[in-house]
Design a protein. Structure first.
Length: 552
């Protein structure tokens, strides 16, 4: 069945440990355990898609049940057991897809089936693929059998999401983390497959397949299959044809575009992007490739040509190295932030193509920004010379605000905070105490912040643009982020909110509660309350309200 298939991913599926690539340590460990007769109750294989999890599970099943033993494991002329396992029809080797059988009833049927010993082989083996899809109840039902199975029973689990498996299950298995296949190793592998299939493709086209597959053998074989099927008799698959086939484009276009962005040539930048778009490249693929180029520009001096995993050729590598000498790290980091933000925006805009063009124009406008320390003197001079033109926005002002947004707490502490009386902006709000902050929350209709400030916050210190607090266990995890954002919006100044080891004042709600209890206790000691009890013995005082008399 597998020999006759035309799908390369199945046709060249490894049949023995010797056929595996990139998993030598795992193979050696498993072979040694079988030879030493120290086979674990359960194997657990985890890793990305297409690197051999289920394939290794089948090879283990054959190794345990081969009629010739592990030393003479069948390779070409398969024994009865190996042939049945390879074709997924062995009665003692059950393969189950946990994605379609997730319930506790499915696992109970499995456990019931495990009570009976193997019929034609040494071991009964259960291979469960995508095991993380099992329900919590199904995992619990499996625990006892997994820890102490009969000697003839072995479990083999495969998953791409190890974190979704309960730790109680993981601890009962011998875990193997399968690594991505190295680029050079995968390239040599698909070269051999290409030659066996009598395909005609250049090394550059095969390198592109390796890059797109991201270390997955199955993905690489599927892409190679698609590439070879696209060829006519005698035609060779080159890099240009492969890029069109897989929706990728020449990285040199991105490098030229980046250089033009730094020069501020809007027309040529947009022209190059539209040319890339016309090639059928999706906006998200463009953004991800742009992020990759940014990474190379930032770290080119720390990389070698071999470490780029076939993403760059010699000419592109040297070109990036030359251009990177004329751009600062601050610009590259800011470009990275804008690119990540644009990647998120693509999910909410209707025309992604226009969004990318606006993204490129934004990069052109921020390409020459300077850090705050370099533009501060200019800003102070501009404020003095143009006091009446506060609504004008210069590039330096935009840069100053942008830099402020990416400063961390340590940097903020080094900035001298302006006193309230020195604030120059119109309509600025001054907050001098916690009570004023709570009143402002009421005005701005931020009831969630008001509740947290009154109920879960203990004030330690409140001063100019700085709040020091302690808190109880009920404080919302996003409280600091939300409060900082609102304070910046309301006051046009950055506030530092820090947590203190000191307990601080009790919360406002607790203060009000204590005050109310004090009023009630005082009222209970009054003659009026005692007189009421004489007439109404079952009366209970539940609240006291004070009445303020207007002064004459």
């Amino acid at each position: 069945m597998i020999k006759n298939t035309k799908v390369l991913a199945l046709k060249y599926r490894p049949k023995t440990f010797d056929d595996l690539i990139g998993q030598e340590v795992v193979s050696k460990t498993i072979i040694n355990s079988i030879k030493a007769n120290k086979v674990p109750n359960a194997y657990l294989f985890t890793g990305i898609r297409g690197i051999g999890k289920t394939t290794i599970a089948r090879i283990i099943a054959k190794s345990l049940n081969c009629l010739n033993g592990i030393e003479n494991l069948c390779k070409k002329d398969l024994c009865e057991n190996c042939e049945a396992i390879a074709s997924s029809r062995h009665i003692d080797v059950l393969e189950m897809d946990a994605a379609s059988k997730t319930g506790v009833d499915d696992v109970r049927d499995l456990i019931e089936f495990s009570r009976y010993g193997p019929t034609t082989s040494k071991f009964k083996i259960f291979i469960i693929d995508e095991v993380h899809m099992l329900s919590k109840q199904a995992f619990n039902a499996l625990l006892k059998t997994l820890e102490e199975p009969p000697e003839y029973l072995k479990f083999i689990f495969a998953t791409t999401e190890i974190k979704k498996i309960p730790i109680t299950v993981v601890s009962r298995c011998q875990r193997f983390d399968l690594s991505r296949i190295k680029s050079t190793e995968l390239l040599n592998f698909i070269k051999k497959i290409k030659d066996k299939e009598k395909g005609n493709a250049t090394d550059e086209a095969l390198k592109l397949i390796v890059k797109i597959s991201e270390g997955s053998v199955r993905d690489a074989l599927s892409l190679l299959d698609r590439a070879l099927l696209s060829l006519n008799d005698g035609k060779e698959l080159d890099l240009s044809s492969a890029q069109k086939l897989f929706g990728y484009f020449d990285k040199s276009q991105l490098i030229d575009m980046f250089n033009l962005i730094l020069k501020g040539d809007q027309a040529k930048v947009i022209k190059i992007y539209r040319n890339i778009y016309d090639q059928g490249v999706e906006p998200k693929i463009f953004i991800n490739d742009f992020l990759e180029i940014l990474y190379y520009f930032k770290n080119i001096n720390l990389l070698t040509l071999e470490s780029t995993n076939f993403s760059l050729n010699d000419e592109e590598f040297n070109k990036i190295k030359e251009i990177s000498n004329n751009v600062t790290s601050d610009v590259l980091i800011l470009f990275w932030q804008f690119t990540i933000q644009t990647l998120n925006e693509l999910d909410i805009v209707s025309n992604q193509h226009l969004s990318i063009e606006m993204f490129l124009l934004r990069l052109i406008h921020i390409r020459n920004f300077k850090p705050k320390d370099e533009s501060q003197n200019y800003e102070e001079k501009k404020d003095n010379d143009n006091a009446g033109e506060k609504n004008d926005i210069s590039p330096n002002i935009m840069n100053k605000e942008t830099v402020n947004q990416i400063k961390n707490v340590t940097q903020e502490k080094k900035i001298k905070l302006k006193p309230y009386i020195e604030a120059k902006q119109k309509n600025e709000i001054f907050i001098k105490s916690l009570n004023e902050l709570i009143e402002l929350c009421i005005i701005k209709k931020e009831m969630k912040l008001k509740y947290e400030l009154e109920t879960n916050v203990n004030l330690v210190k409140f001063e100019n643009c700085r709040i020091e607090i302690s808190f109880n266990d009920n404080l919302d995890k996003d409280f600091v982020k939300n409060l900082s954002t609102k304070l910046l919006e309301w006051t046009n100044q950055r506030w530092i909110i820090s947590f203190s080891k000191k307990h601080g004042d009790i919360s406002i709600k607790n203060k009000e509660k204590n005050k109310q209890e004090e009023l009630i206790n005082n009222a209970k000691n009054s003659e009026l309350y005692k007189t009421v009890l004489n007439y109404f013995s079952d009366a209970e005082l539940i609240d006291v309200k004070t009445i303020k008399k207007d002064r004459e």
